[in-house]
Design a protein around this ligand. Sequence first.
Ligand code: CO
Length: 134
Amino acid sequence: MSALTELDHVGIAVHDLEAAVSWYAEMFGATVAHRERIESDGVDEALIKVADSYIQLLAPYTDSSPLAKFLERRGEGIHHVGYRVEDCDAALEDVKAKGARVVDEHPRTGSRGTTVAFLHPKSAFGTLIELVQE
Ligand code: CO
C-alpha cells in the first residue's frame, strides 16, 4: 500500500498573489477556500479547492523568504507537490531510512494546522515534495 493517500496540493510560486487569485476567478470561476500567512516560510498563500485537492498560490511577503529566492532564480511556476499521508512522522522516517535527502529532519506545522515535512528535490527527480498530514 502506498504511503501517499491523496494529492493534497500543487504549490505555485507567483509574484502577485491578488493577480493570481483574480486570474483563477476570471478564467475558471474558482474561489479562494483559505488564506494564510505562513510565517515560518515567509509566504502568503491562497488555497483554491479542486475536488479534494488544492491549488496553493504562494507569494513571498519578505525578501528573506526562500520563495523570494526561488522566484528570482527560476521565475513563476510550479514550486512543489504536496502529497497527503496518514502519518507524516512515520513517512518521513521511512524515506530517510531509505536514503532520501530531506529539507525537514522533523515534521513541522504547515498551513490549515497540518503537519508537514519537505523532501529535497535533489533526490526526488527535481521535484520538491511535501508530505502533508491533515
Ligand atoms: Co505546500
